[in-house]
Design a binder for this molecule. Structure first.
Ligand code: UDX
Ligand code: UDX
Length: 462
């Protein structure tokens, strides 16, 4: 008789394989591990496999790493380079490999194809029904064409009959990857057939969230529509903020009140130096590329990308306002990751910002609490400081590029190290009044008020 292992939570524990130990893959793996399943992570990268087996995440994500360590120690989660065996031993396989942008904006499906070829080999050697779910972000039709064809040809089996095929996009944010996986805003299940859809529904049964059951292409498009909207909303906030500043108005008040309309909502309306990261820029570019290929120009997406690339220049305008010219001035750039709290530098706006600062003749000194080693690989020739204090010492101004919690604590002690205490808040994460009380001049994206330090409280020399 077949033995059914139960998770102790009233449902059968399954063997699950997750291909790709990046943010998406590890969050997916830990989520299923926490739900009581046995998870095999498969990755072609030796270093990543070793890190995972040691209970370490290959990126900075403390809550995820803590749970990963617990699951590895209990034996519920293991990592391996042997993708074929990991897939063959599992009932469900989630493909979570990267889909980066090519120069044209189109996604590079080579890693996805490589993963599918391996899965196909495993399917050809396996008995019984298996499910393959694509969790990587892929352009509509990819699962039903490229993925299906490779799996069917390589395995000699049929999707919808011998194995199930799903498109199951994730919506997690870096910095809260595990929480967003365990408490998602919705679970989207696109499937080739009812059995595949039912299998995923069962797997997700313990998670409370609205379910959207649909076909493969619709599920893929939901992910792009969501990310394109988020990118557009941020860009709208940036455009309003840029306008407010030129009008002498504080955009925080304007956007705060705008977001109180339930039809608009307050989230993703924080102006800054533009959106970066592994998803928003790549997904908007891919959607625009697909759109153009269909003969539809997608002007809104083009505008979003153009405005986003110009947005870091707002910091230069603020610096020029404050300093007259940046030529020969020492500028401290605080925060190099694409947002605070993560060590990911993919598509970080810091690259555009620093390139422009250097072009303007500034002397740049950069600091980040966690992302320095990856940023050095992108811009090896600039100067790096080993602390906030070192970055600020003798600088003529600082620009906050990523909203790390430690930058929010900057005060009189730190400002007094600067040659000129001038703060350009590129992420609107500081309180202008407090900065001025602490003796520095405040310049912020979308902050339209003239700033003067509060001399009555005593300058740095007192
Ligand atoms: C990425 C994208 O950013 C996201 O949009 C997409 O939906 C999923 O992939 P992330 O998890 O951050 O997200 O990617 P990454 O850190 O690059 O991890 C992918 C992993 O897949 C790498 O460790 C890579 O070695 C592995 N991989 C890739 C395989 O194991 N097999 C392959 O054939 C290809
Ligand atoms: C994003 C999506 O939020 C997530 O749903 C998807 O699955 C992956 O892509 P993430 O890449 O972690 O997540 O970044 P996110 O927190 O969305 O921020 C993206 C960029 O927008 C960052 O550079 C951030 O600084 C910027 N941002 C975000 C703003 O400038 N203003 C805001 O109000 C919000």
């Amino acid at each position: 008789m077949k033995r059914v292992i139960t998770s102790g939570r009233g449902f059968a524990s399954m063997r699950i394989c997750v291909i790709g130990a990046g943010y998406v893959g590890l969050a997916t793996a830990v989520m299923f591990g926490k739900l009581g399943h046995r998870v095999a992570c498969a990755d072609v990268d030796n270093h990543r496999v070793r890190e995972v087996n040691a209970g370490r995440a290959p990126f900075y994500e403390p809550p995820l790493e803590k749970e990963l360590g617990r699951l590895v120690r209990s034996g519920a989660l293991t990592a391996s380079k042997n993708v074929i065996r990991s897939v063959a031993d599992s009932k469900c396989t989630f493909i979570c490999v990267q889909t980066p942008s090519l120069a044209s904006g189109r996604i590079d499906v080579r890693p996805l194809k490589a993963a599918c070829r391996t899965v196909a080999k495993a399917l050809s050697r396996s008995e019984g029904y298996k499910l393959v779910a694509i969790r990587s972000t892929v352009i509509p039709s990819t699962t039903d064409t490229i993925v299906r064809q490779i799996l069917e040809e390589g395995s000699g089996k049929s999707a919808g009959k011998d194995f199930g095929l799903c498109a199951n996009p994730e919506f997690l944010q870096e910095g809260s990857a595990l929480r967003d996986s365990m408490e998602p805003s919705r679970i989207v299940i696109g499937a080739s057939d009812k059995r595949a859809s039912d299998t995923l529904m069962k797997l997700y049964a313990p998670i409370k969230a609205d379910r959207v059951r649909t076909d493969l292409r619709t599920a893929e498009m939901i992910k792009y529509a969501s990310n394109a909207f988020l990118a557009t909303k941020i860009t709208y906030a940036n455009e309003m903020a840029n306008l407010c500043r030129r009008l002498g108005i504080d955009s925080e008040e304007v956007l705060g009140a705008t977001g109180k309309d339930p039809r608009i909502g307050p989230l993703f309306l924080r102006p800054g130096l533009g959106f970066g990261g592994s998803c928003l820029p790549k997904d908007v570019k891919a959607l625009r590329h697909m759109s153009r290929a269909l003969g539809y120009p997608a002007r809104l997406l083009s505008a979003v990308l153009d405005i986003n690339d110009l947005q870091p220049l707002e910091a230069l305008l603020l610096l020029n306002d404050a300093l007259g010219s940046i030529k020969g001035k020492r500028i401290a750039v605080l925060g190099l990751s694409f947002k605070g709290g993560v060590d990911d530098v993919r598509e970080t706006r810091a690259v555009i910002l620093i390139t422009e600062l250097l072009a303007g003749g500034a002397d740049v000194i950069a600091f980040d609490p966690m992302a320095m080693s990856s940023f050095i690989e992108i811009m090896p020739t600039i100067s790096f400081a080993s602390s906030i204090d070192e970055a600020l010492t003798d600088s003529d101004a600082c620009v906050i590029q990523a909203d790390w919690a430690e930058f929010r604590k900057l005060g009189r002690k730190e400002f007094c190290r600067m040659r000129q205490p001038i703060v350009v808040d590129g992420r609107r994460c500081l309180d202008p009044e407090r900065v001025e009380k602490d003796g520095a001049r405040y310049f912020g994206i979308g902050y339209g008020h003239a700033s003067e330090p509060d001399e009555s409280l005593g300058g740095c020399k007192s």
